[in-house]
Design a protein around this ligand. Structure first.
Ligand code: UT7
Length: 335
């Protein structure tokens, strides 16, 4: 497909959907697995439970369900999709990409499909990439999925990490809109600071530390993080990204209807809101039901708020994310 009018188009969100696996892991379940308790988890994180995929269920399976809902809302079929981006750090396998698996499962044409790795900022990164392909006129409908099946990478003997994470997927259809159409992606601002890469890592399974008996002995197949350091940097980077988005658009915080931040920890969200002088009642929070679902967290939180009737068409919405890398980003859109 060629360029047919670069710069003449903007991106609208024609459909959204999300999917949470059935199985639920509560704080009380975790109490039986590791030295923790429900009160501590709620007080320090806000999380009550998280959903866990069943054995053999991968990101492409969760993404498939989310994508089907998004297609239905957009009134499109899989054949209409021109490109697939799956934002994930826990894909079905190293290769082929989860996007290729999903392309086959959905029955799409032989379209451009790839995985994007930016950890918890993945979905904002993915939307921004989709927006570029729409703006140039290259594509009409891009499917962006944020999906994670994190539980196989979590050490359920490490109380600092195992309480946080859950599995989920969210999907958006980003579609071509004429330039004058009001409800569009207005801007995206993305960052990465590799100097802080050691704060949150999954060391083994790549080319530097392939799987071995030593990996299993040292448990380097699991995520490891410096929680307090991540906390500080999360508040700093998400606050900066929120300011950046609003300054670039000449928008004041009170004009934003909803802030949909990466769902990491309730205290992180409250700190960002306070640094950003943004009312906490306009911050979308879903983490009590999902935990931290990395790249899935923003589209899942967004869809839950939409289903509950909080987020409405035409509202001004700010997405903000941070994640391993350290990556961060914001995206302002009129939905
Ligand atoms: O998407 C990015 C992924 N990562 C994050 O978002 C992580 C960001 N960081 C956090 O959310 C928080 O730092 C945590 C939830 C991980 C930890 O909360 P905290 O308030 O920063 O706790 P802390 O690390 O300062 O630990 C306070 C105490 C310690 O005990 P002592 O040294 O005071 O006796 C910990 O050993 O809490 C203890 N602790 C726990 N106690 C019960 C740590 N984890 C647990 C636990 N249950 N699960």
């Amino acid at each position: 497909m060629g360029h047919d009018g670069a710069g003449e188009f903007r991106s609208k969100i024609s459909g959204i959907g999300s999917y949470l696996p059935e199985k639920i892991l509560t704080n009380f379940d975790l109490e039986k697995m590791v030295d923790t308790n429900n009160d501590w988890i709620i007080e320090r994180t806000g999380i009550k439970h998280r959903h866990i995929a069943k054995d053999g269920e991968g990101v492409s399976d969760l993404g498939y369900h989310a994508a089907q809902k998004a297609l239905k809302m957009a009134n499109l079929t899989a054949q209409d999709i021109d490109m697939i981006i799956v934002c994930t750090v826990s894909g079905d396998q190293v290769m082929p990409s989860t996007a290729c698996v999903l392309q086959s499962k959905l029955g799409c044409r032989n379209i451009f499909s790839f995985d994007l790795s930016a950890a918890c900022s993945g979905f904002v990164y993915g939307l921004s990439v989709a927006d570029q392909f729409i703006r140039t006129g290259m594509y009409k409908h891009v499917l962006v999925v944020g999906g994670e099946v994190l539980h196989p990478f979590v050490n359920y003997e490490d109380r600092e990490t195992c309480i946080l994470f859950g599995d989920a997927a969210g999907a958006w259809i980003v579609s071509r809109a004429e330039k004058e159409y009001p409800n569009v992606i207005m801007s995206s601002h993305l960052h990465a600071d590799g100097n802080l890469g050691d704060l949150f890592v999954l060391p083994a399974g790549g080319s530097k530390i392939p799987f071995s008996a030593e990996v299993l002995a040292n448990k380097t197949q699991y995520v490891k993080m410096k929680g307090r350091e991540i906390f500080k940097n999360a508040v700093r980077t998400m606050t900066d990204c929120c300011h950046e988005a609003l300054n670039a658009n000449g928008v004041k915080p009170h004009e934003v209807d909803w802030l949909v931040p990466h769902q990491a920890n309730l205290r992180i969200l409250e700190s960002v809101a306070s640094h950003f002088e943004f009312p906490t009642e306009k911050v979308v929070v879903s983490l009590h039901e999902t935990g931290n679902t990395s790249a899935a967290s923003i589209p899942v939180a967004f869809d839950m708020a939409f289903q509950e009737g909080k987020i409405k068409r035409g509202q001004l919405i700010l997405l903000a994310a941070f994640g391993a890398g350290l990556t961060s980003g914001s995206l302002l859109l009129r939905f």
